[in-house]
Each structure stands twice: as C-alpha cells, then as structure tokens.
Write a protein that binds this ligand. Structure first.
Ligand code: ADP
Ligand code: MG
Length: 314
C-alpha cells in the first residue's frame, strides 16, 4: 500500500441517525471516518447498533437522517457505484440452499456488474478451503462451511472495502484462524476492513483503530495503541503470606480487592496520576501487619477499559 494513501478517508459518515418505527433511536449522531487500508473494529455489546450501522453503509437499511460517502460518493444517490466496491459478510447465515457453492459465488459476482472471472472464484474458494465442495449444494454444508460461502460471496466481486459483521461469533477455531489470515492478506493488498464484534480480544488482536459503540452512540474512536496507553491502568498483585478474610477497615481508601481465596490483594492504580499511592499502600500494609511474599504488576487490558467506559455511559 502506498504511504500517501494511509490517511486518506474511504468512508465518511456524517451526522447519521436511525430511528426504527415508532420512536426507537438505534443510532444517534454518528460521525466517523474510515481510513483507506485500515482494519477498523466497531466494538459494542449486543443491541448497540453495530449491525444497523453496517447495514446503512452497505445500503441495506436506509438512514433516518445524515449521510454516508464512500470514496466521496453518496451511498443513496450513487447506490450502484458505492455498493459495487463493498463486500459484506452478514451476521446471519443467509444463502440460497439449493444452489451449488460455485454457482452462488459466481452469480454474486455478476450481481455487482463484474464480468465472469472463474480464476478469481477458484482462488477464493481455494483460500477458504471450499474448493472440494464447489459442486455441493449449500444446504448440504455444515454451518462453518456455509459461513465460508458467505465470505466467498462477499469477496466474489473483488471489493475495496470488506465488512465483517460479528465474523467469529459461534465459529470454530479453524475458521477463525483462516479468517484472520485472509483478513490480514486482504489488508496487505490494500483492502479496507471494518468488523464488528462484542469480543474485546478480537478488536485487540486485529484492529488498527477501535470505535466503541453503546446504545446507538459512538462513544470513542481511537488508535488501538493510543487507547491502550491513554486509558491504561495498572494492577499491583500482592501475594500474601497469610490469607485474609476481608480487607481491614484502614485500607478501605485503596479500594483493594481480594483474589485467590484471600491469598492475593489486588490494587488498581492510574499510571498517569502524579501519585500511584503504592508507597502509602505498602506502608499501611506493613502497619496493619499484613506481610506479602511476592508482588507483580500487570497492565489492564482493553477489556477493563471497555467495561469502565460502558459503566461511565450508562
Ligand atoms: N428492524 C428493526 N426494527 C426495530 N428495531 C430494530 C430493528 N433492527 C434492530 N433493531 C433494534 O436496534 C438496536 C440495535 O440493533 P443492532 O444494530 O442489531 O445491534 P448490534 O448489531 O450491535 O447487536 C437493538 O435494540 C435492536 O433490537
Ligand atoms: Mg449485530
């Protein structure tokens, strides 16, 4: 990928709202720019509005207000042009049961106005380990294989942008691995990837940037590394010589947690704060006659950050 393309926007979402009848606001004032060539993870709990947002960008659902531009073109006014550069792997398994794998994937390519290209179809079927099943009817395939067909369909017309809606929810380990290899390979070839997930590890592992969505609002968009650094708190684990039943009253201010059947004290502190409070804590522990045999620290994961953010926003 060329360097000058990295920061170029490929999708612009401006003031997007979606209200489902009669008055449920599924999306509120979404503003978001997707950069060409990035892997963007839209992270949020079930019901947050992820599928709704993706469906609007892909032209399946219409927005109530606001607009979406793909490569500078409006998705409503320029539907065909914008839709043809987008591939979507939907959350739900939906395929034509009676068709063969080969036919349905080739046919999908045609729907986007692309000339037949059997070599391309063969390439993606092989990549997805579907080649041996190419003449099989879809209804005879396992759930995992059906999902592979959905991915093949989404890639059939060589899209510049690929959407994956909850790609690994309920899929087996092998498909998950194949999928990530495929996604990384596509990114190398300049494809922009947007995935939704409610698995933090998935966002943490795959994404360049992460957007957190909750109750229809985009509450944060951040470079993954910056997000981890900026919001990173650390934990101090103190392994005790004697287990504790509860935290003594004088240690209340530290908001300590007991772990490992009372054998470990966990202290969470902010790495950005002027004072971490560790010195004072150790002193208070000593004065409380609590002895420890070992200590170590760990950085908080995206999971903790996510949980904290959702708490702040409810
Ligand atoms: N067609 C619809 N009609 C009414 N409400 C809907 C419809 N589709 C989704 N919703 C509601 O909108 C909210 C967001 O749904 P969705 O976008 O599917 O969330 P997510 O994909 O993040 O789980 C949910 O509360 C859901 O029940
Ligand atoms: Mg969804």
């Amino acid at each position: 990928m060329q360097r000058n393309q990295t920061n170029q926007s490929v999708i612009r979402i401006e003031g997007l709202n979606k209200t489902y009848e009669p008055d449920f606001e599924a999306l509120r004032k979404i503003n978001l720019t997707i950069r060409r060539g990035e892997i963007f993870a839209l992270l949020g709990p079930n019901g947050a509005g992820k599928t709704t947002l993706i469906s609007i960008i892909c032209g399946i659902t219409s927005p109530t207000s606001g607009r979406v531009l793909i490569n500078g073109k409006n998705i409503v006014r320029d539907y065909r042009a914008t839709r043809s550069v987008v591939g979507l792997v939907p959350q739900e398994l939906t395929t034509d049961a009676f068709e063969t794998v080969w036919h349905t994937v080739s046919f999908t390519r045609g729907l986007f106005g692309k000339k037949p290209n059997p070599r391309h179809i063969e390439k993606i079927l092989r990549q997805l380990t579907l080649w041996a099943k190419k003449d099989e009817r879809i209804m005879n395939l396992s759930g995992g294989m059906k999902r592979r067909v959905l991915i093949a369909k989404a890639l059939s017309h060589e899209p510049d942008i690929l959407f994956l809606d909850e790609p690994t929810a309920g899929v087996d380990v092998e498909l998950r691995k194949d999928m990530w290899d495929l996604v990384r390979g596509l990114q190398k070839n300049g494809v922009t990837i947007i995935l939704t997930t409610h698995y933090i590890e998935e966002a943490e592992e795959m994404a360049d940037r992460i957007g957190i969505i909750n109750r229809g609002e985009l509450i944060l968009v951040e470079d993954k590394k910056t997000l981890m650094r900026k919001l990173g708190t650390k934990r101090l684990y103190l392994e005790l010589q004697q287990p504790l039943e509860k935290i003594p009253a004088r240690l209340k201010p530290y908001d300590l947690k007991l772990a490992n059947d009372g054998n470990c004290i966990v202290y969470t502190y902010d790495t950005r704060a002027k004072k971490t409070g560790i010195t004072a804590l150790l002193q208070d522990l000593s004065e409380s006659k609590i002895k420890f045999r070992d200590l170590n620290t760990s950085k908080s994961s995206l999971e903790d950050i996510f949980v904290d953010l959702l708490k702040e926003n409810t």
